[in-house]
Design a binder for this molecule. Sequence first.
Ligand SMILES: [Zn+2]
Length: 285
Amino acid sequence: MYDSNLGDFTLVNYDNTPPGVNFTATNKGKGLRISFDSNVYNVSGGDLTGTYTTVQFHLHWGSSNDKGSEHTVDGVMYPAEIHFVSYNTKYPDIVESLSHSDGLAVLGVFLQVGSNENQAYKKFLDQISYVKNMSGDEIKFSAFPLMSLLPTEKTKYYRYPGSLTTPGCQEAVTWTVFKDPVEISQAQLDVLRMMKYNDTVNIVNNYRPVQMLSNREVKASFGMITTAPPVTRTAPPVTTVAPSVTTAASSVTMAAPSVTTDGVALKISNVVLVLALFLGAAFFN
Ligand SMILES: [Zn+2]
């Protein structure tokens, strides 16, 4: 649903490299996390309540290019997604902010595979060689502008309130997912997939049950097409041989004009949505 309150973000220091700031890369078994001091990079606007300070970003990815993102739009799943985690500066730290509904704000960006190496993403993906194996090890490296990791178009995004991606957490997150994806190369995606839990197991599919963004409980800062999701297109064609009357009758739904088909598809998508929400709730409780 379009919501005119979802205006532009103010991103303080996102396009700078403030002196004295370093980034720290770690692999604690959930993937790659890049963290930094609070109160350097701040996020406000975008209908957020207050100012949030960004303290880390991390990524989710799949074992193949058809999965990996934590959100889908009209059934489309991206091979990876990056999350910028900020907590509300009205609270003293991130731990305290976890127990408040306005405690955290996460900015999410879809990643898709393009033909070119992404030079901004290279700056932190190069650190994976130091933290490829899960351990307590950290590697410090030079900060660079966070803005370079975001899509150029930052006024178009989805918004919903939701839970943290890790089990046991409260409904403390205001989610923003930008509409436009950012491209990285296949080789860069493959580097993520080389990260390891241990000697034999790679870290892949480190995403939670998918949250669909093309449903009515999600707001958008831009006008959305409200047609049924592409689930419809998976309905089998009716042209197959149907010698018996029964078979033909049961196929009628699929053969019906597009209006009816859309109706059926909408019901299907609602069922899927409810199921997804149910699974999500079960997963985190
Ligand atoms: Zn995440």
